[in-house]
Design a protein around this ligand. Structure first.
Ligand SMILES: *[C@@H]1O[C@H](CO)[C@@H](O)[C@H](O)[C@H]1NC(C)=O
Ligand SMILES: *[C@@H]1O[C@H](CO)[C@@H](O)[C@H](O)[C@H]1NC(C)=O
Ligand SMILES: *[C@@H]1O[C@H](CO)[C@@H](O)[C@H](O)[C@H]1NC(C)=O
Ligand SMILES: *[C@@H]1O[C@H](CO)[C@@H](O)[C@H](O)[C@H]1NC(C)=O
Length: 497
């Protein structure tokens, strides 16, 4: 009797555990920059720690330690053509055109032989979840259609308009500025900026829809719009409560800002016991492209800072010359940036202001000197400066005196450090840390077979209905007409009197 009872119970226990723990998850991180890949990999690492089986598709090679028992890796050596260096003065129509042309090419991924083989030879319905690194690639939702599994997306910054319309969040631009808007427009200006953005979004979505229909044709596959509605969670590498701006979000928007630091691997570092400065301008920047006078300004400024060690990520030609003349300046192609910032003797971070670097400085509470180069870095650094976490300079015309003056202020004036320390406490104060939050909700979706109940009603409305345009027109249209008629009659009667 005892025995008979025990078996079904064991089976049941196994079944419950298997329902969540041994899940098979496909993680797609293609055509993205290294800093974006790091966010996707941090989420993947959390899932591995929970005992899931991962299939990782990336367009960049992974480090060796990724190739463990529960990971299947597919390398698709494919990248979008490099972004054109957009002249700052190109008008916005030209920029939009460039962006759309570039987007047009993203369908090429789906023609790669490695990719086709993967799609054709993987047996149907093997995955419990698709985790998509979301980066203007809605057409890849076809992969979830192919494997008939639920989808969660990972975004690498404060959610932008694309994400809001995908998930069905209300977009109230008149008080929620966008991450890439360096002027942080609100009010009427923000509203109009939002309309322009919606238009670009619509055009981009048409391109992605075209790519989708080519590779995932109906009736074999659900429609593009249907697949967009099936995205059930968005994990955003941001923390709204401490980083702002506060805006209206649905409950399936999850803030996982900080997850990269939580999942960071700690290697042994051999650091001298002196305060130090970390200097890195990101993976997309090369010192070989910089005029010698900029480099010289930095070297000359650092020469005056002998009380500090300086860890400089440098790929230029003069590393040994610089180090010979300044033994406290240590130059390498790559320094473990997060790990340096985590060290209690880190005093200052000189950065380009990429989202990943800013999060690291915030997490560890290190003040910054910002040198924006492109994209969202300028607005990121402007916000950073407004919060009192540091200062910014223009790298193209920076002088040795100006650099030294800013660095000394940042090292000597307490307010910068205090202010970023306070924010760091807020950033970390949460009911669940980012890793546990991501694990909980991703497993929730698997447990509840895609959890379709998480989806908001707004996603089932069309554009007119969602923006209440039909109702507004029906109510305010006649009202306006009546008002106009009253004015007209009034004028007529006055004239005739
Ligand atoms: C691989 O996954 C299984 C469960 O699916 C788990 O028991 C095992 O510990 C995992 N192995 C590693 C190295 O994580
Ligand atoms: C997240 O929080 C849990 C509970 O406090 C803790 O056990 C875990 O180590 C934390 N994870 C990370 C990566 O910090
Ligand atoms: C670095 O090297 C380049 C070429 O070798 C040279 O033109 C430049 O002046 C050097 N800069 C410094 C700061 O030494
Ligand atoms: C550098 O250029 C910016 C504008 O591009 C200007 O505001 C700033 O004053 C300039 N700094 C110096 C030192 O010339």
């Amino acid at each position: 009797m005892n025995c008979l009872l025990r078996y079904p119970l064991l089976l049941l226990a196994y079944w419950i555990a298997a329902g969540v723990h041994g899940s098979r998850i496909l993680c797609l991180s293609v055509g993205v920059h290294r800093s974006q890949l790091l966010v996707h990999l941090a989420v993947a690492r959390v899932l591995l720690q929970r005992g899931h089986q991962l299939t990782l598709v990336t367009s960049q090679p992974l480090e060796r330690d990724w190739l463990t028992a529960n990971v299947t890796h597919l390398l698709l050596p494919w990248q979008l053509p490099r972004e054109q260096v957009i002249e700052p003065h190109a008008n916005f129509l030209t920029r939009l055109q460039w962006t759309l042309e570039r987007l047009e090419k993203s369908g090429e991924l789906l023609d790669q032989p490695e990719w086709r083989e993967f799609m054709e030879h993987t047996p149907s319905t093997p995955y419990d979840l698709l985790l998509l690194g979301y980066h203007f690639n809605d057409h890849l939702l076809g992969v979830a259609a192919h494997f008939n599994c639920p989808v969660a997306i990972i975004t690498t910054q404060q959610p932008i308009g694309f994400v809001h319309s995908l998930m069905g969040n209300p977009e109230e631009r008149w008080y929620v500025p966008q991450p890439y808007d360096s002027r942080q427009r609100t009010g009427l200006e923000g509203y109009i900026f939002g309309l322009w953005e919606k238009l670009s979004e619509l055009l981009a979505r048409r391109v992605m829809q075209r790519i989708y229909s080519t590779h995932f044709p109906s009736p074999q596959y659900p429609s593009f719009e249907e697949m967009r509605r099936r995205v059930i969670l968005a994990l955003n590498n941001h923390h709204m409560v401490s980083e702002g701006p506060i805006g209206p979000l649905l409950p399936n928007m999850l803030d996982i800002g900080g997850i990269v630091m939580e999942q960071m691997e700690r290697k042994e570092l051999n650091l001298p016991r002196r305060p130090f400065i970390v200097f890195s301008l990101g993976t997309r920047f090369s010192w070989l492209t910089m005029p010698g006078k900029v480099e010289k300004a930095f070297v000359d400024a650092f020469a005056q800072l002998r009380d500090y060690d300086i860890y400089w990520t440098y790929d230029g030609a003069n590393a040994s010359t610089i180090h010979l003349a300044n033994s406290h300046v240590h130059l390498e192609d790559w320094w473990p940036q997060a790990q340096l910032l985590a060290h209690p003797l880190a005093r200052l971070f000189i950065t380009h202001g990429g989202k990943g670097s800013l999060s690291e400085a915030l997490y560890y509470g290190v003040p910054m000197l910002g040198l924006p180069l492109l994209g969202d870095q300028r607005p990121n650094l402007r916000k950073m400066q407004n919060k009192g976490w540091g200062l910014s300079l223009d790298i193209h015309n920076v002088s040795q005196a100006e650099l030294l003056c800013s660095i000394k202020r940042l090292l000597n004036e307490k307010q910068f450090r205090e202010s970023i320390r306070r924010s760091s406490l807020l950033y970390r104060d949460r009911p669940l840390n980012a890793s546990d939050l991501a694990a909980y909700w991703l497993e929730y979706v698997i447990r509840h077979k895609g959890a379709p109940h998480l989806s908001g009603n707004a996603r089932h409305l069309n554009f007119w209905q969602r923006h209440l345009l039909d109702v507004r027109l029906a109510v305010y249209g006649p009202l306006g007409m009546l008002g106009w008629l009253a004015l007209w009659l009034n004028r007529k009667l006055n004239c005739n009197r």
